[in-house]
Design a protein around this ligand. Structure first.
Ligand SMILES: [Fe+2]
Ligand SMILES: [Fe+2]
Length: 240
């Protein structure tokens, strides 16, 4: 039996320990109990959850792209181009090579494509968008490597168009494609796929790819001055 935290029983235990560690207590009438007391009530981490939390890393990179594009348009000389290059590199290794090619294109999409309905009709476009994303990543990485912005308009345009594409791309995967895949497989099979994905992740990154990517995206955000969540709270709107 594997001791991986992605094993169904281990995943439930990890979720419970995490919640308890965060000081969360479930209060029921007449008693107080922690999630640790009742592991069976906790949902397992499924393969779909794994895919969606990977989208979380990619959305943070997309946020970096959007903010970087705004910086380029406003004050291009202050931009840390090397940090932008690091963001493109992480999108390549974690997003394109691992999440898109090794999981979605190799396993999820072929199954969903045969299922009919809206989800299967999206697959060709999703693959075309993966390929367009790779072209944009090549372009961003090449411009970052040069080390000076030069004509900055095309770079800002590319970052914004990538962000626009990937926001709707990942949202439709989350709400339509992964739901169709989930319906095809059922809970037990999804847990088996979580273990398969875990094996692919460990073979690809020689460790926990999600944790490594999380560390890297946090470092990129810090370097670009994007590390404070509070800085992005929207201003109070004017009186109606
Ligand atoms: Fe995708
Ligand atoms: Fe995806």
């Amino acid at each position: 039996m594997s001791s991986s935290p992605h094993d169904p029983s281990r995943r439930a235990a990890f979720a419970a320990v995490g919640a308890a560690g965060a000081g969360l207590v479930l209060t029921l009438p007449g008693c107080a109990k922690t999630p640790k007391d009742d592991d069976e009530s906790q949902p397992d981490t499924t393969a779909v959850e794994d895919l969606m939390r990977e989208h979380g890393i990619l959305r943070r990179l997309i946020f970096v792209y959007r903010e970087t594009a705004a910086m380029i348009r406003k004050a291009p000389t202050s931009l840390d181009l090397a940090a932008l290059g690091q963001a493109a590199g992480l999108f390549r290794t974690f997003g394109e090579d691992y999440h898109e090619r090794s999981l979605e294109e190799a396993h999820v999409f072929p199954m969903v494509k045969t299922s009919g309905g809206r989800a299967s009709s999206l697959i060709d476009t999703l693959v075309a968008q993966h390929n367009r994303g790779r072209q944009i990543t090549d372009f961003v990485a090449a411009r970052a490597k040069v080390g000076s912005l030069g004509d900055s308009g095309p770079l800002a345009d590319a970052l914004e168009s990538f962000a626009r594409m990937y926001e709707i791309h990942s949202a439709l995967e989350d709400t339509v494609v992964f739901e169709a895949w989930k319906a095809l497989l059922g809970r037990k099979e999804l847990n088996r796929w979580a273990d398969i994905f875990e094996d692919i992740e460990r073979a690809t990154f020689k460790g926990d790819g999600f944790d490594l990517a999380l560390e890297q995206v946090s470092s990129i955000e810090q370097r670009l001055g994007l590390g404070s969540l509070a800085a992005f709270t929207a201003p109070v709107p004017p009186a109606a």
